[in-house]
Structures are given as structure tokens and as C-alpha cells.
Design a protein around this ligand. Structure first.
Ligand SMILES: Nc1nc2c(ncn2[C@@H]2O[C@H](COP(=O)(O)OP(=O)(O)OP(=O)(O)O)[C@@H](O)[C@H]2O)c(=O)[nH]1
Ligand SMILES: [Mg+2]
Length: 644
């Protein structure tokens, strides 16, 4: 790194505000929400500040520097081996003690440190006052209070960070010390470790050996098996002395130190009456009332999205199609006019009128749910049901996120503890109707068949997910891990953050989907003019017409849907030459078509995410089984609905 070029890593527990700070500093848009485990891979962004170029690294939230989970491994490897110039330990000031547990581990790792005491506003609301000066004195590193969502303190944090890196500010990091029996053994091990070449500080390695860290043990064994043998012996001795496993003893000792420090630096005044957020928490997680509240909330959201979408869709459609005469008068109604109107304009109109009105409120409300903390309460309520699929409530978070888009849903599977649970969750997640599928459910079935049918489709989808999840569970047996989920406090959703996230999603939709929509419509129009559509529809018609009872052109629409699911409907509008689907499809056809689209294939982006997370074989397996499932369900539905 050159003189004015630094690397700073943001590390800390999950859900403390690292990504909010990262986004603010780098202008990037990492996923933000009020539940732990959103950031799963490290992200990098650059800031130019006072003549310095600073690369920031947003690390996944972790609770320890062990290697129990992928996130812990990612974060630890980065801090320990890439050696950033500074680690900013983002701390949630409203749960100081638990956060300090991690700070102590960073101090053990001897990384250059600055503590950002974030969420001071939440701490104040809880009656917690922190003595920053004292904290600095005890920890021996700078401590800067911040409120990331409003940017308060972030500038000072940056200035201080540079002072520390430039060594203009002296630090004397605390060297955490534990009980006598442990300390003696750590010292003995450290002396032994001093004789070999290590990439980590010797004392840290000594502690990790006592904690039975398998990665560290493997590395040390390769250098000197005797040291590992000595550590094993010492672990046995400590277990004898304390009556607990050695890693537990070390954890307890560390908690004890964290607790002593937090006692010294914070004072808590109990609020006189129960705060609203706690009342809300009690009501929404109540074992009886929690469920009707959840149902009512979800239904309200559903109806709100539908009403908004339906209203704006008609309004926009009328406005745009009102432009046709003016358009015709400029380009005429010949082949050029037809290609431009049918191939380009209708695609754009389809995108704007069919998709946007539903996608916008959808994301907005989903992010409100996410940022307030209600999402993790729903996960908690769903725990019982999820257990029947061999999963636990936490799996419901990726499921809920998938209603927005399956891609974050697939990435969110990382919050599951075991590979088996991750795969099961991914399978379930890709069956969830994403916002694009909702466009079809609401825009086609909701508008032309009835809102009740749209709701029924969601319910059928959930039932299918449940049944298949259960079958997959039987095929991949294993004990589900118990739900260990930390539920962060409710917060008033930060509207700016929510609006920003909605905007990024919307922008992504416009940037990614619109070119596809326009290209798709154009190809279809050209193929139509050149009489090329028939061969394709003929090939697909045994499936579409004979088995599913759909109009033949749906074959083409379904092919486009692999790119993005809303394309199926928009392409259908182009193929039919109208957005008034009542003229060209029967209600049964609309329901069957939507069912097929809902289940038939994860879109390319989702397949990409699956390949990345699980490898192409499993991605292919999921894809093929979902195509077969969609055709099976669609065919059955067609026959059943025709009988009725
Ligand atoms: N009130 C308040 N809320 C905050 C503050 N900083 C972050 N939040 C909220 O805290 C939640 C978590 O923020 P994130 O930035 O996603 O947390 P993270 O540390 O990146 O979390 P993971 O990626 O899951 O490890 C979000 O709901 C934020 O809006 C703050 O200073 N005050
Ligand atoms: Mg994050």
C-alpha cells in the first residue's frame, strides 16, 4: 500500500450497523436489515477522504473468532492474514457486554483497533449511559460514539481512524488477562510457540489451542506436533480443575472480563414504564395472539400492494396507450411503425404498467418489515412449522426475503447452521414466489380472475412448499438444530435506509429488466413479422396446449421467463398485442399459467446464486425437479379446474 492508501476492515457482531456505516462511506449498497447474518461475504468499497484513499471492507457479523461458521472463517482470515491497517470494531452500545466479548478477541489477535460505539441512540432510549473516556482508558484504543443511520459521529470516526493509522495518536491496547490457572498455561504454550514460525500472534494461538480450534490446531500440528500434545494435556488439566470442557472455561473467563469492563463503563437506569417496543415484542411473539397478528399484518400488506398496483397499473396503462394515435401519426402504421410500437414501446409500456406498480410497494413494505425487526419475529413464530420440514424458524428469514427476490433468499441460506439445512432451505426458497412472480399473480390472476384466487395461489404455493420441504427432509434426514436466534429490539424503521434499499432494487429492475424486456419484445415482433413464431409454438404445444390447456403462444412466453419471471407476462402482452388479458385467456388458463410460472424454474439470476452457493450439480437438480413439478401441478390444476 502506498503512503496515503489504507485498508480498514469493519468487524463486529451481527446486526450492529457495519453495513450502514460501510454504505455511507463507500456509496455502495450492502444489504441492511434488522436481523443478524445479512452480510455473508466480505464486500469492498473505496473512499477518498482528505487526500487519502481508503479501501473499506465490510465483514460478515460474527460472535467469535473461532471457525464454527463460514462467516467466522471469512472474517478471521481477513483480519488475521490480510492484516488491514486498522480494524474498526463496530459495537452495539445497547448490548455492550456481549459485544465486548468480541472486542476482547480482536484485542487478543493484536489487530490495530478502533471501537465505534454505534447505536448510541438506542442505548440512550434503553437508559444506558456509557462513559466513553473510561472506555478508552480501559480498552487502550480510541472509542468513538456513532449513530450510523443518521451519520452522527462517522466523520469523527474517520478522522480518528487516520490518526491511529498515521500513529499520530498513541494507543496502548488492553491485553486481556484471564484466571491464574488458564494464564499459566497460556504463558507456557506461548513460550513453546515462540520457537516456531506463526502467521498469528503466539498468545492468540495459545488461547485458540486451549479453545480446541481445529483450524489452528491443524496448522500448529504441521509445525510441531509436540505443542499440540502439550495443549491437549493442558486442556485435560483445566477440565479436571474446573469440571467443564476447556473451551467452555475459556469462554466463561472471557465473558467474565467483558462483564467487568462493561460494569465499569456503563450505567443503566431502568425505565419507569415498559417501553412500547417491548410491549410490541410481547404481543407479536405471543404464543396465541402472535399468529392472528401475523396473519392480519401479512393480509393487510398483501391487499395494500394489490390495491396500489391495480390502481396505478390501470392509470399508467391508460395514459400510455392514449399515446398510440399520436405515435401512429408520426411513424405511420406500416412495418416500421409496427416494429417500433409493437417491438419497443409495448415492451416498455408492459414493463412500466405491469411490473413497476407491484414491485415498488412490495419492496418498500418488505424492507419496512425487515428494518423494524418484525421479520425475525415471524421467523420465531414459524419455528414449529419449520421443524416439520427439518428446519427451524430461522429458515423463514430467507423464505420471507425470497418473496422479494430469490437471490438474497439463496444467499440468506448461509444463516443456517449445517450444509444439510442450507440445501433444504435453498430448495424451499426457490419455490417462493418472488416479486416478479407476484406481478403475475396479482397483475393477471388478481386483476382478471379475482383477488381471492390470487390469495389462493399464494396459499397453494405455501402448501406445496411445506409438502415438498417435508419430502426433502425425509430424503435428507438429520436432526434439525434448535432455534438459536437472537432477536434484536424493535426499531422505528429508518425511512431513508428503507427508501434507499427500495430504490436500489427498483434501479436494478430498470437497469436489468428493461433492456431484456425491450430486446425480448423486439425479437418477438421481428419473429412474428417474419412468420417464425409458429415453429416454436408447434414444438411446445404438446406441453402447453395439450397437457396444460394454455394458448400456444405461452410456450414462447415461458421460454423468456427463464431470464426474468415477469417477462412471461410482459411477453405475453406483446404476443397477444394487448395488456387486456381477459380478451385472450380464460380464467382457468390464467390460473394454470400463473401456477406454472410460479413453480417452473428459478430464473437465471437465482440459478447463478444456487451454483455459487451449492455447485452446479445441486443447482441443476433443483432446477430440473422444479420444472417437472410445475408441469405436473399445472396439468393437474387444468384438469381439476375444468371439471369444476
Ligand atoms: N437506531 C439505530 N439503528 C441502527 C444504527 N445503526 C444501524 N442501525 C440499524 O441496525 C440494523 C442492522 O444494521 P446493518 O448495517 O445491516 O448491520 P450489520 O452489522 O451489517 O449486520 P450483519 O450484516 O447482519 O452482520 C438495521 O436495521 C439498521 O437500520 C444506529 O446507529 N441507530
Ligand atoms: Mg452487514
Amino acid at each position: 500500500m502506498s503512503q496515503n492508501h489504507f485498508r480498514i476492515a469493519l468487524a463486529g457482531n451481527a446486526n450492529v450497523g457495519k453495513s450502514v456505516i460501510f454504505n455511507q462511506l463507500t456509496g455502495l449498497h450492502q444489504h441492511i436489515g434488522n436481523w443478524p447474518g445479512k452480510t455473508v461475504e466480505k464486500a469492498e468499497g473505496t473512499l477518498h477522504f482528505k487526500g487519502y484513499t481508503i479501501d473499506f471492507i465490510d465483514l460478515p457479523g460474527i460472535y467469535s473468532l473461532s471457525t464454527f461458521s463460514m462467516e467466522e472463517l471469512v472474517s478471521r482470515e481477513y483480519i488475521a492474514t490480510e492484516k488491514p491497517n486498522l480494524v474498526i470494531n463496530v459495537v452495539d452500545a445497547s448490548v455492550l457486554e456481549r459485544n465486548l466479548f468480541f472486542t476482547l478477541q480482536l484485542l487478543e489477535l493484536e489487530s490495530p483497533l478502533l471501537v465505534a460505539l454505534n447505536q448510541i441512540d438506542m442505548a440512550t432510549k434503553k437508559g444506558i449511559v456509557i462513559d466513553v473516556e473510561k472506555a478508552e482508558k480501559i480498552l487502550g484504543v480510541p472509542v468513538v460514539p456513532t449513530v450510523a443511520v443518521s451519520g452522527k459521529g462517522v466523520y469523527r470516526m474517520l478522522e480518528t481512524a487516520i490518526e491511529v493509522i498515521e500513529k499520530k495518536r498513541k494507543t496502548e491496547p488492553l491485553k486481556p488477562r484471564y484466571g491464574k490457572e488458564i494464564e499459566e498455561r497460556i504463558e507456557d504454550l506461548t513460550i513453546l510457540l515462540g520457537k516456531v514460525e506463526l502467521k498469528y500472534p503466539a498468545r492468540w494461538v495459545a488461547i485458540k489451542l486451549l479453545e480446541e480450534d481445529s483450524e489452528v490446531e491443524k496448522e500448529v500440528r504441521a509445525l510441531s506436533p509436540e505443542i499440540v500434545a502439550a495443549a491437549e494435556r493442558m486442556r485435560g488439566e483445566l477440565e479436571q480443575l474446573h469440571g467443564h470442557s476447556c473451551p467452555t472455561v475459556v469462554t466463561c473467563e472471557r465473558y467474565h472480563v467483558a462483564s467487568m469492563i462493561s460494569e465499569q463503563i456503563q450505567t443503566i437506569t431502568e425505565p419507569l414504564k415498559t417501553p412500547l417496543r417491548e410491549k410490541l415484542h410481547t404481543a407479536t411473539t405471543h404464543k396465541i395472539f402472535g399468529y392472528p397478528i401475523m396473519l392480519a399484518t401479512v393480509l393487510t400488506v398483501f391487499i395494500a400492494i394489490f390495491s396500489f398496483g391495480d390502481f396505478t397499473s390501470v392509470l399508467l396503462g391508460d395514459t400510455f396507450f392514449g399515446l398510440k394515435p399520436a405515435f401512429d401519426s408520426v411513424l405511420g402504421t406500416g412495418i416500421v411503425g409496427e416494429l417500433v410500437w409493437g417491438g419497443v414501446m409495448e415492451g416498455i409500456i408492459g414493463g412500466v404498467t405491469i411490473a413497476l406498480p407491484y414491485i415498488l410497494p412490495f419492496y418498500f413494505l418488505l424492507y419496512i418489515f425487515e428494518d423494524s425487526g418484525y421479520l425475525s419475529r415471524i421467523a420465531f413464530l414459524m419455528d414449529n412449522l419449520m421443524h416439520k420440514m427439518g428446519l427451524h424458524g430461522k429458515a423463514f428469514i430467507p423464505v420471507m426475503l425470497s418473496f422479494g427476490c430469490n437471490v438474497p433468499g439463496c444467499l440468506g441460506c448461509r444463516i443456517m447452521e449445517t450444509p444439510r439445512e442450507r440445501l433444504l432451505t435453498a430448495f424451499v426458497v426457490t419455490l417462493v414466489p418472488c416479486a416478479a412472480t407476484s406481478v403475475i399473480i396479482l397483475g393477471l390472476v388478481g386483476t382478471y380472475v379475482g383477488i381471492g384466487w390470487a390469495l389462493a395461489l399464494y396459499i397453494i404455493n405455501l402448501i406445496i412448499i411445506f409438502v415438498l420441504g417435508r419430502i426433502a427432509f425425509k430424503a435428507l434426514p438429520g436432526e434439525p438444530t434448535e432455534l438459536i436466534m437472537e432477536m434484536s429490539d424493535y426499531r422505528v424503521p429508518h425511512i431513508k435506509t428503507v427508501a434507499k434499499q427500495t430504490w436500489f432494487r427498483l434501479r436494478e429492475f430498470i437497469v436489468m429488466a428493461f433492456p431484456l424486456i425491450i430486446a425480448g419484445s423486439f425479437i418477438i415482433k421481428v419473429a412474428e413479422v417474419a412468420n417464425l413464431l409458429d415453429p416454436i409454438t408447434n414444438i411446445s404445444s404438446p406441453v402447453t396446449v395439450v397437457w396444460l390447456g394454455l394458448p400456444a403462444v405461452t410456450g414462447i412466453a415461458l421460454i423468456f421467463g427463464v431470464l426474468r419471471k415477469e417477462l412471461t407476462l410482459i411477453m405475453l402482452a406483446t404476443l397477444f398485442g394487448t395488456t387486456n388479458f381477459a380478451l385472450v385467456m380464460t380464467p382457468v388458463q390464467m390460473v394454470v399459467f400463473t401456477l406454472v410460472v410460479m413453480l417452473y424454474i428459478p430464473c437465471v439470476a437465482t440459478i447463478g446464486a444456487l451454483v455459487k452457493e451449492f455447485g452446479w450439480k445441486k443447482a441443476l437438480l433443483i432446477t430440473v425437479s422444479e420444472i417437472l413439478l410445475a408441469l405436473f401441478v399445472g396439468g393437474i390444476a387444468f384438469r381439476l379446474l375444468t371439471i369444476i
